[in-house]
Every structure is written in structure tokens, then in C-alpha cells.
Design a protein around this ligand. Structure first.
Ligand SMILES: Nc1nc2c(ncn2[C@@H]2O[C@H](COP(=O)(O)OP(=O)(O)OP(=O)(O)O)[C@@H](O)[C@H]2O)c(=O)[nH]1
Length: 184
């Protein structure tokens, strides 16, 4: 018997211009837009299936944050996708500040988080190594992925992994197995 549709809300956070909107649009609409249009706040909705469970996924694409930003408050967020660009050291610095603020804001010691190093297609401009990203995610006990919204690499994995992390947080069960794009 098919299980009931579950509703899940995910916030996508990170420094300006790291590709939060591009990842959302790639996942929801299957396209990449090369122009840059700063986001105020946008919500995307998509139904998707993971491990035989149907989800209605609401993606809250937030306005880019910096070290001085007050994080947007939503009380019904199930998980957080934290994005930096592998070509921007500043965005990697900021993601750590955002993480600290998130823990402060929610009062939780552990949140379902997927850390994403986006723009992995920009090989020549890489300044944040895979190792640095993985280490940071390990320190948070979060999942780490590198992705490219431009080349649609590992984009669906981000959101599917996020849903699995939320499931795990809600009812700890044995790990369903590795995801192709996760780096551990
Ligand atoms: N090469 C490359 N460029 C990307 C990728 N993802 C996004 N971009 C580009 O980076 C710029 C910023 O992308 P956005 O998706 O608007 O970034 P954002 O994080 O939503 O930006 P804010 O709304 O300011 O927070 C745009 O010019 C995109 O085309 C990627 O994977 N590879």
C-alpha cells in the first residue's frame, strides 16, 4: 500500500551568489540560468519520492547571508541545506558563522544538515578543497556533497539526502546505505 504523502520544509542558506537559487531551480525546474538575480526569499514546491516514500518538499531559498545577517526565522523547518562555493573562501568562512547562528537560534545541538560545496565545475578557480569541506561536515555530524547546479551534478542527491537525514533525525533507523555523491 502506498504510504501517505509527507510534507517537509527545507531552508537553503549560505553567502550571496553561492548558487542557492540555481540549485533550487535546477532541482525543481531542471534548468540552469546563468544570470545573477539576488534573491529576497522564494519558496519552491516539488513532490519527490525517496525510498518508496512520496514527499511534498517546500524549499525556502533564502536571501544570501553574511557575517552580520540575522537569520530568517521559520519555525517549521525540518532540515537545512548549507551552501558555499568551492571558488569562494569567504563563502566557506560565512557558512561556519551561519551554522553557529543556526544552533543558537534553534537551541538544538544537532540539526539535520547537508553541507554543499557548489560550483564544482569551476576546477580552475577551486580554493576550498574537498577535504576541508568534508572535515567541516564531520565536525557537525552532517552529510557533505559537492555539486554543480550548472552541470546538474549531484543536485537531486542534495535534496534526497536531506530527506533521509530528516527521517533519521525523526526516528533513528539503520542507515539505508551510501549515496553515490556523498564524500566520506
Ligand atoms: N559555474 C557555476 N556557476 C554557478 C553555479 N551555480 C550558480 N552559479 C552562478 O552563480 C551566480 C549566483 O547564483 P545564484 O543561484 O543566484 O546564487 P544565490 O546563492 O541564490 O545568490 P543570492 O540570491 O544573492 O543569495 C549566477 O551567475 C549563477 O549562474 C554552478 O554550479 N557553477
Amino acid at each position: 500500500m502506498p504510504s501517505k504523502l509527507k510534507e517537509r520544509k527545507i531552508a537553503i542558506m549560505g553567502y550571496r551568489s553561492v548558487g542557492k537559487s540555481s540549485l533550487s531551480i535546477q532541482f525543481v525546474e531542471g534548468q540552469f540560468v546563468d544570470s545573477y538575480d539576488p534573491t529576497i526569499e522564494n519558496t519552491f514546491v516539488k513532490t519527490t519520492k525517496v525510498s518508496n516514500q512520496e514527499y511534498e518538499l517546500k524549499l525556502v531559498d533564502t536571501a544570501g547571508q553574511d557575517e552580520y545577517s540575522i537569520l530568517p526565522t521559520h519555525y517549521d523547518i525540518h532540515g537545512y541545506v548549507l551552501v558555499y562555493s568551492i571558488a569562494s573562501p569567504k563563502s566557506f568562512e560565512i557558512i561556519q558563522i551561519i551554522y553557529d547562528k543556526l544552533l543558537d537560534m534553534t537551541g538544538n545541538v544537532h540539526l539535520p544538515i547537508v553541507l554543499v560545496g557548489n560550483k564544482k565545475d569551476l576546477h580552475m578557480d577551486r580554493v576550498v578543497t574537498q577535504e576541508e569541506g568534508r572535515k567541516l561536515a564531520d565536525s557537525w555530524k552532517a552529510v557533505f556533497l559537492e555539486a554543480s547546479a550548472k552541470q546538474n551534478e549531484c543536485v537531486a542527491d542534495i535534496f534526497h539526502t536531506m530527506l533521509m537525514e530528516i527521517e533519521k533525525a525523526n526516528n533513528p533507523v539503520p542507515n539505508p546505505g551510501p549515496v553515490t555523491c556523498s564524500i566520506s
